[in-house]
Design a protein around this ligand. Structure first.
Ligand code: ATP
Ligand code: MG
Length: 280
């Protein structure tokens, strides 16, 4: 039996695209508690595919297998899509890079957040609008009245992430998968959005999977980091200086360190990485 605080239990998760396709995710195993877990790796290493497999949001062409994929102690892979839809709106949430694709384009921001309030709190329509305004103020949206009347295409990416987080503060998800939630944002608002995400998961005792190629950002924000390479987890870290694998070290060296600027960033030494992988 998993401990009661286990949000997600994953064993030997594999995802193949098409019949003979390569494995985008290849034998991934981990447990997620009420913690902040980072998933890092180079482009194409399978981070998003892993997150989407857990949300059951991959296209039909994807073959997903696992010996265990349990959410809140219950298997996910065998659930009917109808149940998954309910789960995704309530117990599990996905935050994507561009929030404007996650929001409903034909509903004003105010209406969308009010609908979330109606759905998750036993209140009437008028109170739902008041609640929506309160939540938008909580995620530090200035000028709430005006923003509530705007449509998703009229708001900035940073504002969109705040709106998404406001809706999740109402839904109180147990699992939050955030896939590059700050990559499309201006550097000046990235920290703010991460702090709000932190408030969200702490307040609800949720488990967070933070997916990013930015290993330094993830290390600063998460308690544990899974490093992915070609669909596999090659290393699990709690601190960057524990990194042993040449791939992980390469990832660290290829991201700029604001405290230690260099004129040229390193690129990955693929020969050393593949030699290391061949031994395991
Ligand atoms: N719908 C799809 N059909 C076919 N192959 C796919 C599909 N989605 C992803 N892949 C393949 O799976 C592998 C992993 O892709 P994935 O998007 O998970 O990587 P990622 O780590 O999220 O990369 P990035 O940092 O660029 O977002 C890649 O080789 C990709 O081409
Ligand atoms: Mg991705």
């Amino acid at each position: 039996m998993p401990a009661p605080e286990t949000v997600l239990s994953v064993r030997d998760l594999a995802v193949r695209f098409g019949r003979s396709g390569v494995r985008a995710v290849d034998g991934v195993s981990f447990d997620l508690g009420t913690e902040r877990l980072g998933i890092v790796g180079e482009s194409g290493s399978g981070k998003s595919t892993l997150g989407r497999a857990i949300m059951r949001l991959l296209p039909n062409a994807a073959h997903v297998e696992a010996t265990t994929l349990d959410f809140d102690g219950k298997p996910l892979l065998t659930r009917p899509e109808r149940e998954m839809r309910t789960l995704r709106g309530n117990r599990m949430a996905l935050i994507m890079q561009d929030p404007r694709y996650s929001l409903n384009p034909v509903l004003s921001v105010g209406k969308q957040v009010a609908e979330a309030a109606l759905l998750h709190a036993k209140i009437g329509k008028k109170d739902a609008y008041a609640k929506a305004a309160e939540m938008l103020a909580r995620v530090r949206i200035a000028d709430v009245e005006r923003v509530m009347g705007l449509y998703p295409h009229q708001i900035s990416g940073g504002m969109g992430q705040r709106v998404m987080i406001a809706m999740m503060l109402l839904a109180k998800p147990r699992l939050v998968v955030a896939d590059e939630p700050t990559s499309a944002l201006d550097v000046s608002v990235r920290g703010d959005v991460l702090n709000l995400l932190d408030d969200l998961v702490r307040e609800n005792n949720s488990g967070l999977m933070l997916i990013s190629h930015d290993i330094r950002m993830v290390a600063a924000f998460c308690q544990r980091i899974l490093v992915m390479y070609k669909g596999r987890v090659v290393e699990t870290l709690t601190k960057l200086d524990e990194a042993q694998h040449p791939y992980t070290r390469g990832l660290i060296a290829s991201m700029p360190d604001p405290r230690n600027p260099v004129r040229r960033l390193q690129t990955l030494d693929r020969r050393a990485i593949d030699a290391m992988e061949a031994r395991t």
